[in-house]
Ligand binder design. Structure first.
Ligand code: ATP
Length: 444
């Protein structure tokens, strides 16, 4: 069977997106004035808005729209025993190799099949792999000794497992049900790379879905389909998404099945999200180490069991960059280049731009009045500097779906022009119908 050819990607896309992110205030390098710091990034005004929108879209679909999922916000610092029980202390490691020729470090599992050094091209130059634990260590309290060691969580999932009993009891949930969490995670990655794709500090959006043991595979298949569709619904081109099932030798020891939602990044296919059937591994481990009973008693069937867990685990920061890359576009309009982000309105940092046609003093008060009227309803930008064409381009470049233009006719007819980002089509709308009109055009 012949494989469908991969859609072509602009090899310069990553650089273009990085450039736009910095120029327009989406993402900056952390501690930039000190030369940057170890693959960490800061989210600027538009980036912070967009990242919040990605997380809000996930929360809405996973918690708000589902009767069977509740939320949690657990602490980043947890008892160190958690990481012993979960297996992270012993085996959350990456195989680290060094090139004897150029002294660069790599993750052995990410080397090309030829084994050649990706940096200097030397063959057979790699050292034996050493296992390197990815957890960041810190100390809790004033004394820096072994008894006060704690770890920054490398995933949000364990906060959910250790709260299984609390949440299930307090929210009176019955399997199948899920607990969702969004939050920071930290990994001392050996090869952080490709902008915010793999960083040492990042955000995850994780669901642990607890099911009766014999329903594990059914729910795993369900979540694989649901999660793939989430990215499609938020505008990622289907031809650049795929579900890749892990081979048996790739599976973690506890997993009865894992598939990755993969995106076609400019450098090739890579993970966006992993969906694993973790069986009863985590709850059993925590039950054994803590001595707490983490079983569920089903009164209807009069049975007691340790629930199995399906885990869709996505990266918020990694998804944001995929959404940006997928939305990035360049067009030629009347001989001029137009850069635009075709972002779904739910993800766009700014929903509406309020633009007086010029800085004429007759127009400014009406523009201010409209800004005041829209601000409680939508995230807006107000801009009166430069030609209207340039200001449309500035909004296109950050993905603002709609612009409201106030012109001299507005002073007579109390109507404004709405300009659509994608079609560049324009429509005239009375000011008193503006909020209703925009609400209909901008889904939540
Ligand atoms: P990879 O090997 O690509 O770094 P992983 O298989 O270790 O990822 P998981 O442990 O499955 O990742 O984590 C779930 C999700 O969290 C990933 O799909 C990704 O979106 C996100 N994620 C994991 N590590 C990082 C990181 N270092 N930077 C940004 N996002 C990350």
């Amino acid at each position: 069977m012949s494989e469908t050819p991969e859609p072509a990607r602009d090899p310069k896309l990553l650089d273009k997106v990085i450039n736009l992110c910095k120029r327009r205030g989406f993402v900056f390098q952390s501690s930039e004035i000190y030369g940057g710091f170890g693959s960490t990034y800061d989210y600027g005004p538009y980036g912070a808005l967009m990242l919040n929108n990605v997380k809000a879209a996930w929360w809405r679909s996973m918690v708000q729209l589902r009767p069977d999922v509740v939320g949690l916000d657990a602490a980043i610092l947890m008892a160190p025993q958690v990481w012993d029980a979960s297996g992270h202390l012993a085996s959350f490691t990456d195989p680290l190799v060094d090139c004897r020729e150029c002294k660069e470090r790599f993750r052995e599992d990410l080397l090309p099949e030829s084994g050649a050094c990706p940096h200097c091209g030397a063959k057979g130059s790699m050292t034996e792999a050493r296992h390197f634990n990815l957890m960041f260590k810190t100390f809790v309290g004033p004394v820096e000794d072994d008894a006060s060691v704690a770890y920054l969580r490398p995933e949000t999932a364990q906060g959910i497992f250790v709260n299984f009993k609390n949440v299930q009891g307090a929210a009176r949930m019955k399997p199948p049900f899920g607990i969702a969490q969004v939050g920071k995670a930290f990994r001392n990655e050996i090869t952080p790379q490709r902008f915010v794709f793999r960083t040492r500090e990042f955000e995850q959006m994780e669901l642990e879905f607890f099911v009766p043991p014999d329903e594990g595979m059914k729910w795993w298949e369900y979540w694989c389909a649901e999660r793939l569709q989430w990215y499609v619904d938020l505008g990622i081109d289907e031809s650049r998404l795929r579900l890749r099932q892990h081979d048996a030798d790739e599976l973690s020891h506890y997993s009865a099945g894992t598939a990755d939602v993969e995106y076609l990044y400019p450098w090739g296919w890579g993970e966006l999200e992993g969906i694993a059937n973790r069986t009863d591994y985590d709850l059993t481990q925590h039950m054994e180490r803590s001595g707490e009973d983490l079983t569920y008693f089903d009164q209807e069937t009069d049975t007691r069991y340790v629930p199995h867990v399906i885990e869709p685990s996505a990266g918020a920061t990694r998804s944001m960059i995929a959404f940006l890359m997928d939305a990035y576009d360049e067009e030629e309009v009347r001989g001029e280049k137009r850069t635009l982000l075709h972002l779904d309105p739910r993800l766009a940092p700014v929903k509406v731009a309020v633009l007086p046609l010029s800085r004429n003093e007759q127009l400014i008060p009406t523009a201010a009045e409209i800004g005041e009227m829209l601000r409680p309803h939508f995230m807006i930008d107000e801009d009166s500097a430069g030609s209207i064409g340039r200001r449309y381009r500035r909004q296109d470049e950050i993905g603002t779906p709609l612009c409201v233009t106030i012109d001299f006719d507005t002073l007579d007819d109390r109507a404004v022009t709405i300009r659509d980002r994608d079609s560049m089509g324009q429509e005239r709308i009375p000011i008193d119908k503006l909020v209703t009109y925009l609400t209909e055009r901008l889904p939540t």
